[in-house]
Design a protein around this ligand. Sequence first.
Ligand code: NOJ
Ligand code: CA
Length: 661
Amino acid sequence: MLVTSCSHKKIDTLVSSPSSNLSVEFFLTQEGQPAYRVLYKGGEVVSKSLMGFKLKDAPDLASGFKIISSDASSFANTWEQPWGEERYIENRYTELRVGLQEVGDLQRKLNIVFRVYDDGLGFRYEFPQQPQLGSFTIMDELTEFALTGDHSAWWTPGQAGNQYEYLYQNTPVSEMKLVHTPLTMETADGTFISLHEAALFDYPTMNLAVTSGTSLQAALVPWSKTSDVKAKVTTPFATPWRTIQVADKATDLLTSYLILNLNEPNKLGDVSWVKPGKYVGIWWELHLEKGSWNQGPKHGATTANTKKYIDFAAEHGFAGVLVEGWNVGWDGEWWNHGGDAFDFTKPYPDYDVDEVTRYAKEKGVYIIGHHETGASTDNYERQLEAAYKFLEKYGMKTVKTGYVETGELLTNGHYHHGQFFVRHAQKVTEIAAKHKVMVVAHETVKDTGERRTYPNLISREVARGQEYDAWATDGGNPPDHTTILPFTRMLSGPMDFTPGAFELTLPDRPNNQVNTTLAKQLALYVVIYSPVQMASDLPEHYEQHPQALQFIKDVAVDWETTRVLGGEIGKYVSIARQERDSDNWFVGAITNEDERDLTVALDFLPSGKRYTARIYRDADDADYRSNPAAYVVETRQVSAADTLDLYLAPGGGAAISLLAE
Ligand code: NOJ
Ligand code: CA
């Protein structure tokens, strides 16, 4: 629905979502500055919010506009994900495309495009090619999000260093300063809002700054530490979409696919070589300091040790084996601007890459390559072509990348989330695609749904993962961390969280422990979506729990559909997913530090079909602090008519496999 009315030189434009529950009104202020507001079910969720840009050495693109065109259209289709949490995604929206032109001398043009869905909206700026606007520099994006109350917000800080790996804070909006997105909020009347962005290409990341009261403004990550420049742009150009998702229930945010819908379809053509899978690897032992990345007596990535993991993977059906510390560059302070030493084609002498490759092939598994850059993107870019040729040559179908740094900058002075880094990450994705390599990126730029366009960008980190449990001086991730992630970080896309710890008390790390029960570790395979899932613990720890390991072996990583059964941010969440091309379902339920009884109705199962339910739950005396590894496995025959009563211990969880008979 589109209403355009003309009065006193002012044109108001209103566009509504297909079911009319969400509307956006676009208008020009008296000064001719573009502005919008958003209505949800008749009430304002974003009040008058200004738009525009401050430019360098040119008048701002922020006022003096007139509307020269306004076109509405609607779109609906269903598209298929090559892999994902939901196979078929409905893409149904109403679009409003507003053409603006300055009334002054320059007469520059700017388009603003809104796509309004029933579950939220996106808008972006388009700079058409024009004589008065060729190459230009953006000093600030003025996009506002004027919230209508001091909502309760779950956030991590923006541009605070540490690669955006933080625990979430829950405060009123007015107590935030600069925050990362997705930013999830609950209004006083129980509406949930998430602000984020989609299709971030060749532009800096958007953080959000509280400007006054409960008004937020886009805060683009600067070009570098010494420059206030935000973005360098050449027309024609379109910014990423600024997104606002709205839902009556927090759980509905989890199955909103708006971010993916706002990205372009697959540009890689046949991506049958992109395959979800589970992996193990030389990783947790390094974080526990039982082994080391660098050379020496504890070096983890030796030929013999890799073969041990290959044997374990082959025996238990894991597709991949990650090997960290295999290449030259780890000796010395690699994390402290020592990244230039990394060589991505030179193995350490005790890692026989030919032999490891041969052995892995014989055993039917593949090695996952590892490119830790130490934030030296320059060193990495110099080697990119050779590095990806090397991966292809040795059959490494996946690479895990990393950009660890101690400050907040890459070694070349650019910011981790600035335009330079966004360009770098895209270069890596494209070169990887050329060599048919899947990328799991750590410490990279946040996810904005690019996996739709580049399906080889299969997972990433960009939040506090399980690694913190080994060494964080704050004691590791508290039990509520994983009950917040699904409603915040996970709205952006898959996460390589690396669950699967079975040895939870960490005798090698006396000051740390994993703050979950063992059953909760299993549940995380369903709750924290990733098409590549690590079984992160050591083979010897898995061998002590063959029963629990069975769940990790059985659980799917590629899904037909996803149902969120219940959840409250920071308290608990339970999710059911159907395995792709299968009738099997898997359920994961997790709680924070509080014990909880949950009833799971199995009415998501097809009626009339019998299932064997294997329930992996906390024992009655389990507790993440004192008795984390106590679990019980029960088997029952069930159907859609049944309900299961689950007890979740403090810091606990339950995992259920529902195997079709
Ligand atoms: C940080 C990554 O998140 C972790 O998984 C990796 O082991 C280290 N960097 C070393 O690259
Ligand atoms: Ca990390």
